[in-house]
Structure formats: structure tokens, C-alpha cells
Design a protein around this ligand. Sequence first.
Ligand SMILES: [Zn+2]
Length: 109
Amino acid sequence: MSGRMKAVLAAAKGKDWRRKKAKAQGGRCFYCQCEMVEEPVKGQGRRELTLDHLLPTSRGGAHHWENVVAACITCNGAKGDMTADEFMAARMAPAPALSRNPMIEKGQP
Ligand SMILES: [Zn+2]
């Protein structure tokens, strides 16, 4: 199966999973516990609900119910192809003393 076909199938499955996973998690992001919505409204401060693979598919993770969690779009983007454990550790880790936090330097909109 081509990568593109896999992505299409994953997206079709994902729609339903997104909702179910989010419900199972009380509508909160698996990583940061923020409240998520399927269709965020500007100015409400809520983030879009996405599906994230605990072990990224790029690293051999399966698109399997057990390997998927509901995560906000911010965490999903920040996680990239880290595993859930790596990402949690990265979130907990204090900012390196010698380098400034790039998020602060860039400035939040
Ligand atoms: Zn989050």
C-alpha cells in the first residue's frame, strides 16, 4: 500500500477516533490537559483536537487504537516525531540555562 493511501485511510478512521478518544479523555489534551474542540473558534482560546500517535508512525508505531491519543494541535505540532515519553520528558525538562527559550524569543501572537 502506498504511503498516500495509508494516509487517506488513517484520516478516514481518524475522524471517528478523534471524537471517541477525546471523550475518553474528558475532552482534554493527553499531554497538556487543555480543553480541546473539534472546530476551534477564534478568540475562545481552545485548541483544535487532533489525534497523536504515542509511538509515531515514522518510527514504526501502528495506527492502532492503543497507540493513539487525543492531543491538542499545539502539542501535536511540538511533539513532532518524538515518542510520548520523550515529549513528556521534554515538556518537564527545565529550559537549558545557557540558551534562551526559543518560544519566548519568537514571541507568542
Ligand atoms: Zn496539548
